[in-house]
Design a binder for this molecule. Sequence first.
Ligand code: GLA
Length: 376
Amino acid sequence: MKPLFALSWPCVCVCLALTVAPFWSSSADAVEIETADDIQIYTLKNDSGMTVRVTNYGAIIMSIVVPDRDGKMADVALGYNDIASYTNAVDKPYFGAVVGRYGNRIAKGKFTIDDQEYTLAINNPPNSLHGGIIGFDKVIWDGKVDDEANAVTLSYLAKDGEEGYPGNLNCSVTYRLTDDNAIEVDYFATTDKATPINLTQHTYFNLKGEGEGTILEHELMINARRYTPVDETLIPTGKTPAVQGTPFDFTTAKPIGRDIAADNEQLKFGGGYDHNWVLDKGGQTGEMTLAATVYEPTSGRVLEISTTEPGIQFYSGNFLDGRLTGKSGKKYVHRGGFCLETQHYPDSPNQPTFPSTILEPDDEYETKTVFKFTTR
Ligand code: GLA
């Protein structure tokens, strides 16, 4: 367990930044930047009027404003307008953040590399979740704007031993907004000791607009014929059965709510969907593939997610319960947002049959995910 000052320093930094200094805006360039001490908020805009706001705190995507089929704009990402609300949110929902060093769970917070056992904080008993107590979602990253690319790159050095993980891990995430309404997310990392790594983006989407009720009528397609069922602590069993004939079959688009209340042990364990699907890659490991498509019938908005990753975690916002009020004053109700987290499978460091998540010192970690918005 880390000392208390280590647990709370990011919050202290952020609160100081927010109370001591006002935000300064600069908008001469394509990417608008608001700065207060160590905290920056970047606004990316494109020629179609789409905007994406990101901050170097937790590499959080704070908003995604996209048109519906009539051109009416709405913010489809759950979250807040100010950083303090992220640090104060009860139950820490990871709104919009990059999670790391290891996205999702590692069983009992333990893994072994080269005969050495490592121990992580148990922040989701009995397991370790989303990189530990101060994961990458709660640290301050360094930001660098590339106006020409309409992109911002956020970098973070996770120290050897930080949150129990081995190796100094130098990592970055680049968010680029294209003129065809796509957010390209590129992750890169190197290490000086072998370490597990699994970075993902934890945005909660509601394509009707954040705070506009549940996502149960959204129609979801997941390009996967198999998934990784879990035990009651949400650790994969190691099996990868077919989804066919189960509530986990999204190979053809269906409303998220259609089978969510089915009498099914896996749905009970997750309190709804909170599982990893094994993407159909057609033998193209590491190549971009379409992972999922979501269509919201009232607005006509469509989200298409492509990735180089082998898996995707579909989480149906089961822990949202109306206690959090979002950026426009609306409550985030139960299942008021969904996450589609492209990733390697949970607990891979302890699962010999899953694709490896160990980054070696002479290797480069490089993955890409694209979130593209259209209408129908
Ligand atoms: C992931 C996990 C969930 C939950 C959410 C955030 O999707 O699998 O169990 O932790 O993040 O609340």
